[in-house]
Design a protein around this ligand. Sequence first.
Ligand code: HEM
Length: 164
Amino acid sequence: MTAELHPDIAVLEPLLGTWSGTGTGEYPTIDTFGYDETVTFAHVGKPFLAYAQRTSSTDDGRPLHAETGYWRIPQPSLAELILAHPTGLTEVLEGFAAPNMPGGDTLIVDVRSSSISRSASAKEVVASERTFEITGDTMRYTMRMAAVGQPLQHHLSATLTRTA
Ligand code: HEM
């Protein structure tokens, strides 16, 4: 049985499917790197999208970061991302999801961390922000973080294309 998208998350419909593409990562404490990324957004008819991401190095294909979680719309235009990372971190990010203008064809999702938890062994991450722009089958995003003693600044940018 194919469920209808829950009406409370209709604003997230442009995300549904599988996306892949490439990105670049940097931070003052590490070497700049390129990555391939695949992301899926799925739903079961309840008011959230299930989200899964995996990445690999463009240099040699070795696995890099991965994350999984849920995207929620608790109130019209408000967005919540509930994410788990294999690096010992969990993040809750909150912000908005809305078209770039009334009736606009670009969905903007802009969120920042309201809480980050980490295990004793995880690297210190004290804040993060993400901005997504989705137009048709193209998704662009950037991610910023305050981590390992550094102030909030750019870590990632990528462009993905919907493949399914
Ligand atoms: C597309 C997703 C991501 C990719 C491909 C990626 C990749 C990388 C790579 C290659 C490094 C260099 C060292 C290492 O291999 O561990 C790194 C460092 C790091 N990343 Fe990311 N990352 C991603 C997302 C994130 C997210 C979401 C967070 C935090 C919530 C994060 C936090 C960090 C931290 C704290 C470091 C360590 C910096 C240091 O030790 O100096 N990364 N990342």
